[in-house]
Design a protein around this ligand. Structure first.
Ligand code: SF4
Length: 87
């Protein structure tokens, strides 16, 4: 068997490009059907406050409360993208 016939899987850069393309495609589909708010929710909003060992508060820093479930899941008009990769 020659080395030319051996399957070569994608390298890291190609996987990254495929992942980026898949993300853009998925976001485009969700925007097209009006469900892109799933990516604009409280869990990734800069205004969300998680409890810490020294501060047990949790909720929306902007509104000073724990929002209703519908808002937590779908976000609100004041959503601010965290822009940080959490992992
Ligand atoms: S209620 Fe709005 S502003 Fe507050 S954390 Fe959720 S999305 Fe952000």
């Amino acid at each position: 068997m020659s080395s030319e016939s051996v399957f070569r899987g994608p390298d890291t850069d190609e996987i990254q490009v495929m992942g980026d393309n898949f993300g853009r495609m998925t976001q485009g589909i969700l925007q097209g059907i009006g469900h892109d708010k799933i990516f604009r929710n409280c869990s990734i909003c800069r205004n969300w406050l998680d409890p810490t060992p020294t501060d047990p508060r949790q909720g929306c820093r902007l509104y000073q409360c724990v929002p209703p479930v519908k808002i937590i899941v779908c976000g609100c008009d004041k959503f601010v993208d965290h822009n940080d990769i959490p992992y």
